[in-house]
Design a protein around this ligand. Structure first.
Ligand SMILES: NC(=O)C1=CN([C@@H]2O[C@H](COP(=O)(O)OP(=O)(O)OC[C@H]3O[C@@H](n4cnc5c(N)ncnc54)[C@H](O)[C@@H]3O)[C@@H](O)[C@H]2O)[C@@H](O)CC1
Ligand SMILES: [K+]
Length: 487
């Protein structure tokens, strides 16, 4: 499993490693050596400027400078702050640096050296200003190798505090931090190498991280592959509420639910729209809602076990009533788009009714409308999605290029396989449909959401540039086949 450690958890990992007998200076020496290894694998000896900060990130820099010098590289080292202010392991590392210590002035970047950014790492505690900011800004356009994180990037949030350089390579230690995968951090890090610095794996038992990169090892063992002796009813019957006008959305979602493996999919739609839906995918059942209360009656069928409401549903009282009908019928639910926005003025009415068999799939705008009052929009993406899941009791998928998924019990993942080509109309409807198809097959809400987000990203990658949302479901068989081959 690819855990993501918060900054606090990483400090705890360091402490536990030291308590287990790995000395602090040995960790720093290993960290520096790992950076040098990564650098030497990628660049030939080259004039290099190592910029060291006032803490242990700077200590790593002293180790790096010494090891590069020993490897025959032309190295200059500059320190932000004074040598006498260094303490602990950083002071030990500085003692072992045989060369001069220059002032961290943008002048040191003259001649376009390779820049090793060891100014600030996990200890970043406030926005960069003054001298620190000037030297970071002077890195613009240079080739930068970041130690742990690009300085100024916050390891928990992925946000820039003041300024941060664009790195070509970031070498971090033991495990990635959320800031390496959340935007804009992921972009600023460039290539990320995770180095083993001698922290024993078992320290994770004492930390029990709750955050991970979304990858198949988290949920593959529970993927609902059809059984040889199974039949379509064993694979669930998913229902999609179809709208009167934006009919494409429910059609995209219904096909995606089928491709994700649902045994049957029904679109329940206004009678006037019946011909449009009926002329769509031949594998989808279309059921016109002839009179008031027809949707609730349709859901009385116990075999219909999962419901998607939102894509193209329209905003307002009718959609709110449909959501309440699905919740009253105790179906597994996916609520997306208009189903979320319809509760913008009465968020608590919805949030008080949800449980972990409900998956909400808002983008940032929908999230703001539903959770703006309870959770707010100031926190970073992971904190907000976690708070939203805790508030609602539902699984929340906060979409974007760095989609984050949280369960009400505190688990969360960040998804990193989605290509930018997915930023096109209708892809959200497809995602909602995949979640629905997996819920119909009995997957639990959090696992269904994580699986769906990953499959959606893989389908996007398989198609690449030029993809439109109509293509995505058709790419799922190839993605699923490759996933199955990993078993
Ligand atoms: N045993 C350990 O804890 C290990 C730590 N390692 C390195 O140590 C780093 C963490 O070290 P530290 O906890 O000393 O933290 P940092 O070295 O990241 O920064 C802390 C220092 O920066 C100052 N500072 C923070 N934000 C500032 C700002 N905006 N402007 C100016 N000064 C600012 C703080 O006052 C403090 O002096 C990691 O990122 C990693 O690179 C590695 O050597 C591996 C082992
Ligand atoms: K750094």
């Amino acid at each position: 499993m690819d855990e993501l450690l918060s900054v606090a958890e990483m400090y705890r990992a360091d402490q536990l490693a030291i308590a287990a007998g790995v000395p602090g200076p040995a960790l720093m020496e290993a960290a520096g050596a790992a950076v040098v290894r990564a650098v030497c694998e990628r660049w030939a000896p080259h004039p290099t400027a190592v910029l060291c900060g006032p803490g242990n990130n700077g200590g790593d820099g002293f180790v790096i400078a010494r090891l590069l010098l020993e490897a025959g590289w032309p190295v200059r080292l500059a320190l932000l702050g004074t040598r006498s202010a260094l303490t602990g392991d950083a002071a030990v590392a500085a003692d072992r640096w045989p060369g001069p210590i220059e002032a961290a002035d943008p002048y040191i970047l003259k001649g376009n050296p390779l820049v090793i950014d060891a100014l600030f790492g996990a200890g970043l505690s406030r926005p960069l200003e003054g001298h620190a900011r000037a030297i970071v800004e002077a890195m613009e356009g240079r080739t930068v190798v970041a130690v742990d994180v690009p300085s100024g990037l916050h390891g928990d949030s992925g946000r820039v505090l003041g300024a941060a350089p664009q790195a070509a390579l970031t070498v971090t230690f033991f495990r990635r931090k959320p800031g390496h995968v959340l935007l804009p951090g992921r972009t600023l890090c460039g290539e990320v190498v995770v180095a083993d610095i001698g922290i024993p794996e078992r320290v994770l038992d004492g930390i029990a991280p709750q955050t991970a990169v979304n990858e198949p090892s988290l949920w593959r063992h529970r993927f609902p592959w059809p059984a040889l002796d199974g039949h379509k009813y064993a694979r669930g019957h998913a229902v999609v509420l179809g709208g009167a006008r934006m009919t494409g959305a429910a059609r995209l979602a219904s096909v995606a639910a089928l491709r994700a493996g649902a045994g049957l999919v029904t679109i329940a739609c206004p009678p006037a729209a019946f011909p449009v839906y009926a002329a769509g995918c031949a594998s989808v059942i279309v059921d016109p809602l002839e009179e008031d209360g027809a949707f609730a009656r349709l859901l009385q069928d116990q075999r219909k076990n999962a419901v998607l409401i939102g894509p193209g549903a329209g905003r307002g009282a009718q959609t709110r009533a449909a959501v309440m009908a699905a919740l009253d019928a105790r179906k597994a639910c996916v609520l997306d788009a208009d189903a979320l926005t319809s509760f913008a003025d009465s968020a608590d009415e919805l949030l008080d009714r949800l449980d972990k068999r409900c998956v909400l799939t808002p983008h940032e705008g929908e999230f703001a409308r539903l959770f703006g009052d309870s959770v707010g929009m100031d926190g970073d993406k992971l904190s907000r999605v976690r708070a939203a899941a805790a508030r609602s009791g539902a699984v929340v998928v906060l979409k974007g290029a760095d989609t984050a998924v949280a369960a009400p019990d505190g688990r969360a993942v960040v998804n990193i396989n989605a290509p930018p080509d997915l930023a096109t109309a209708g892809t959200g409807d497809v995602l909602a449909g995949i979640v629905l198809g997996l819920l119909a097959q009995g997957m639990d809400g959090f696992e269904a959401a994580c699986t769906a987000v990953w499959l959606h990203g893989e389908a996007g990658r398989a198609l690449g540039p030029g993809l439109i949302s109509d293509d995505l479901a058709g790419a799922l068989p190839g993605v699923l086949k490759a996933l199955k081959a990993q078993d």
